[in-house]
Design a protein around this ligand. Structure first.
Ligand code: FSO
Ligand code: SF4
Length: 507
């Protein structure tokens, strides 16, 4: 196997025997075959709703920490073959190394990983009825392009188009989320626990949470969010459920300890799910594109999912063990921040807020990621952090306070809500008569998996310069391509806290 799609790839260059994530060589082979089949499907000119859904879901299933169930990967590939009317000549690895030139391969991998991120966002929008033919047409076109010989210029152009289409896809998802559940409002979420047994819902799928809340009402079972589901507490549509009692735990990589101490069943709706310990394996359920071999999976039937087995299990479980008891403020998506626009602009004009730092992205388990905690803690008191994604768990419990009522950590939501940060940055730029690069705004992005690759391409396509990327550079980016990123966009690799602060010009 050779997989180097995430930040934790071995030695920063590639997992070749087993993945750090737990992916085996056998599963990697199945995922490669699935990707190859999707490429063949796109190259064969397949389109239409069935084809689009299969491409989006198939790509999503191969995203890091999403699906560890080889049988479901195979089933998805079989569906694609059926759509094509037979088994294609699958050449995924050959396709990516069609050009022996390492830089061309690097650009193709960047495109493929950006597509995986786009597929995840598109899947979430589609679940709520969102559709955009320009996004699915681009996914088909770009997949097909992976099977063709392309020049570096053509591949750079495709990557930029991937970023632009990514912005459209994020906007589609934003519209689907807010159109279905309302615009998030500032909300204080408790992290302590009650005395009832609970169900823990992790991942990003809001519709799954909605169905669990509906089906759990009146059963005496409490529902808690975990990881990337925390921002769901801020949606008006979920506030009517008194059985949604708070958030338990932190980012995905701490799930093995947290799922153990939760005591009740856990529903993993998407990435990042990890291969479970035996201590909670029986209590873990997956749904949607998520999967782990040997773990119970709940499928939708006619759009509805039956969570009764989860609820029945919860009734016989002990309540969760408390691991902390704090209050977190969430819900600062674009509409809530724009409602405070006068206050924010006034604070910048008066000098009360000197700089914003976008610290969106992913968290990860490496010790070096403590850097982000230290970075947030070391920021001057007149600096405001704009965040989205599970990267926030590195600093959202530090109690960084507020500046005249403006929280110093403005949490726009999931990584799926990065569009909010674009809207907020554009609104600030308009208020100050400049462009995004002219604002007192720095970017220090933490990446882990392929949604972050798409967000990076989206930011580059918007012309954002001088992004700090870390904690390590992607293993799939060759020195030659990194030079292009540095020369064209001023991208910076992470370094020590001190150096970064100087580079970001915030001291
Ligand atoms: Fe995190 Fe995982 Fe949302 Fe990612 S839970 S790391 S960008 O897959 O999805 O932020
Ligand atoms: Fe390695 Fe990441 Fe690929 Fe898993 S997803 S095999 S950790 S590069």
């Amino acid at each position: 196997m050779l997989c180097r799609q995430c930040e934790e790839t071995i030695a920063g260059t590639g997992c070749t025997k087993n993945g750090v994530c737990g992916k085996t060589a056998e599963l990697a082979e199945k995922q490669d075959l699935l990707i190859g089949t999707l490429i063949e499907l796109a190259a064969a000119g397949c389109d239409g709703p069935l084809c689009d859904a299969l491409i989006a879901d198939g790509l999503f299933m191969t995203l890091s920490n999403t699906n560890f169930d080889g049988a479901r990967i195979d089933a998805c590939r079989a569906e694609a073959e059926k759509l094509m009317g037979g088994s294609p000549e699958v050449r995924c690895r050959d396709i990516l190394s069609l050009d022996s030139d390492a830089d061309l391969r690097s650009l193709k991998e960047m495109l493929l990983f950006g597509l995986k991120g786009m597929a995840a966002y598109y899947h979430h929008a589609a679940v709520l009825g969102g559709r955009d033919e320009s996004v699915t047409a681009f996914m088909r076109k770009a997949l097909a392009a992976l099977a063709e010989r392309k020049t570096a210029e053509e591949l750079v152009a495709l990557n930029m188009e991937c970023g632009r289409t990514g912005v459209a896809c994020l906007a589609l998802l934003d519209g689907a989320n807010t159109g279905t559940y309302g615009s998030p409002v500032a909300t204080v979420v408790r992290t302590g626990v009650g005395k009832n047994p609970g169900i823990l819902v992790t991942g990003h799928d809001l519709k799954d949470l909605e169905q669990i809340l509906e089906q759990t009402q009146g059963t005496g079972i409490d529902v808690y969010t975990h990881g990337e589901m925390l921002p769901a507490n801020a949606y008006p549509a979920f506030k009517k459920y008194s059985n949604l009692v708070g958030n338990y735990g932190g980012a995905w990589h701490r799930q093995k300890e947290e799922f153990e101490s939760f005591n009740g069943p856990i529903v993993a709706t998407t990435n990042c799910v990890l291969i479970p310990r035996d201590s909670y394996r029986e209590r873990l359920f997956t749904t949607g594109t998520a999967g782990v071999a040997g773990v119970k999976h709940i499928d939708a039937v006619g759009g509805r999912k039956d969570f009764s087995a989860v609820i029945e299990m919860a009734k016989g479980c002990a309540p969760p063990v408390q691991i902390d008891d704090m209050e977190l403020t969430v819900g600062f998506a674009h509409s809530q921040v724009l409602a405070l626009a006068d206050k924010v602009v006034g604070a910048v004009k008066s000098g009360a807020v000197k700089r914003f730092v976008v610290m969106a992205g992913c968290d990860g388990r490496e010790k070096g990621r403590e850097y982000y905690t230290e970075f947030a803690r070391s920021l001057p008191a007149d600096t405001v952090i704009l965040t989205a994604g599970c990267a926030k768990y590195r600093y959202n419990k530090l109690g960084l306070g507020d500046i005249g009522g403006i929280p110093r950590v403005i949490d726009a939501g999931q990584c799926n809500d990065c569009y909010s940060l674009v809207v907020i940055a554009n609104a600030l730029a308009e208020a100050f008569g400049t462009d995004i690069n002219g604002l007192p705004l720095s970017f220090n992005i933490a990446w882990y998996e392929q949604k972050a690759v798409l967000v990076l391409l989206a930011l580059l396509s918007l012309g954002v310069k001088d992004i700090m990327l870390g904690p390590r550079l992607p293993g799939f980016v060759t020195p030659g391509i990194f030079k292009v990123l540095v020369d064209t966009f001023g991208i910076k690799a992470n370094g020590s806290v001190r150096e970064d602060m100087v580079t970001l010009n915030i001291e």
